[in-house]
Design a binder for this molecule. Structure first.
Ligand code: XLS
Ligand code: NI
Ligand code: NI
Length: 440
């Protein structure tokens, strides 16, 4: 087996004073943070689609990066991709990967042949996993690129397309189980609409739920014990994606009785496309008990699309990791870099610079988040702000002892209540964070 990145050796942790670009400055996998190692906290994953397949093709031009891995035959290329992926993960100390079925092996002439070829590749990956200990974080099915999915997959107006989708997802779940994946993701590819003038929204949503119930039933029947995820996104490729944001997806899951098996896979760039902060989406998931996994990336505030940049914003990473720590950390989930180097960053080294940047950003984010918690000023401020709920009338409301009649009596006796309020202290709290961040 050939080495693909001959000029790059295993990336080491050299600490903050290192000026070596091919070294970690903050990610020290075995360093303990709050009782767990960094690698246990962060559970980094490589995204097969961006890293092994994405060559920089965009609407205005062809690819700039060579992702052929030296092979022109599709089956040989799929195998070469596996070798190259495992070399990247080993050199970067990344212990997980995420995949779409078609990232591993493309479509061939028939579904039967496509499935057969996919089996060959997953057999090969399973062997490499045994040798290396590298694990699968989650799998998914690419039910959005082929022309048959032009009007959606699970929400297609065509029952034949729905049937084809079900067949493809069945196989993708089998592949995920075979590779020991802890998660199976539904990102709503083209599950949405361009215009309501041609759309039966009610039927489409019912059908999406039908597909998900089938996936759960089948997955559990073949021993899948992990989490199913929905990855919310408000738009792109369709004008309106059904899985708009975490709150919308929660309503869907609860309406259709799917909430026990599904959690959220939250992507930073999707949060901002929905006009939310990344932290908002994580918080909504956390307080509703459906936090699952993360697609780590970032968008560009000046561009209105899913730019999938490697995350370098420390502030966002810190607030993200604060939510993750408060949620009790990852169980089946992890941090998947659903991110790609810019089209102009086309060399082999850029793959490594990108991951190092993202991993160091989240290592710093984790350290800052743990320090925010240890520091205690923010948690204490919040606890004090809500202290009126611990005693007196607040406690009575929570305990169900006070209804409208009692509250009216209380309000009449109390008179004006403005004086019970204290300052929200936003600026003071923001300064605490700066203080914590820059004394790390
Ligand atoms: C696209 C999504 C996609 C999912 C996997 O915007 O982020 O990459 O993560 O299908
Ligand atoms: Ni994603
Ligand atoms: Ni995305």
């Amino acid at each position: 087996m050939s080495e693909y990145f001959k000029n790059i050796s295993k990336i080491k942790y050299e600490g903050r004073n290192s000026t070596e670009p091919l070294a970690f400055k903050y990610y020290d996998p075995d360093q303990l943070i709050g009782g767990k190692t960094m690698k246990e906290h962060l559970k980094f994953a490589l995204s097969w689609w961006h890293t092994m397949g994405g060559d920089g093709t965009d609407m205005f031009g062809v690819g700039t990066a060579d992702k052929t891995w030296g092979e022109s035959d599709p089956a040989a290329r799929s195998k070469a991709k596996v070798d190259a992926a495992f070399e990247i993960m080993d050199k970067l100390s990344i212990e997980y990967f995420c995949f779409h079925d078609r990232d591993l092996s493309p479509e061939y002439g028939s579904l039967a042949e496509t499935n057969e070829k996919l089996d060959e590749v997953t057999d090969y990956i399973a062997e490499k996993q045994k040798e290396t200990g590298i694990k699968c974080l989650w799998g998914t099915a690419k039910c959005f690129d082929h022309p048959r999915y032009m009007h959606g997959a699970g929400t297609s107006p065509s029952a034949d397309v729905f049937a084809f989708t079900a067949a493809q997802i069945k196989k993708a779940i089998e592949a995920t189980v075979k590779l020991g994946g802890n998660g199976y993701v539904f990102w709503g590819g083209r599950e949405g609409y361009e215009t309501l003038l041609n759309t039966d929204m009610g039927l489409e949503l019912d059908n999406m739920a039908r597909l998900m119930h089938m996936a759960v039933e089948y997955g559990r029947s073949i021993g899948f014990k992990g989490d199913f995820y929905i990855e919310p996104k408000p738009k792109e490729p369709t004008k309106h994606q059904y899985d708009f944001d975490t709150a919308t997806v929660l309503g869907f899951l609860r309406k259709y009785g799917l909430e026990k098996d599904f959690r959220m896979n939250i992507e930073a760039n999707h949060a901002t496309l929905a006009q939310h902060t990344f932290q908002h989406e994580l918080r909504v998931a956390r307080v509703n008990g459906v936090f699952g996994s993360i697609d780590a990336n970032q968008g560009d505030p000046l561009l209105g699309w899913d730019t999938d940049q490697f995350p370098t914003n420390i502030y966002d990473a810190a607030l993200c990791m604060y939510e993750v720590l408060k949620a009790g950390g990852f169980t089946n989930g992890g941090l998947n870099f659903d991110a790609k180097a810019r089209r102009g960053s086309f060399t082999q080294e850029d793959i490594f610079f990108s991951y190092i940047a993202g991993m160091d950003t989240f290592a710093l984010g984790l350290r800052i988040a743990q320090k925010m918690i240890d520091d205690g000023r923010i948690d204490k401020f919040i606890a004090d702000r809500y202290s009126s709920w611990n005693t007196g009338i607040g406690k009575d409301i929570i305990d169900g002892k006070a209804g409208f009649a009692e509250l009216e009596k209380y309000a009449l006796s109390k008179g004006e209540v403005t004086s019970s309020l204290s300052s929200g202290r936003q600026e003071m709290l923001e300064a605490y964070i700066n203080n914590i961040m820059f004394s790390i």
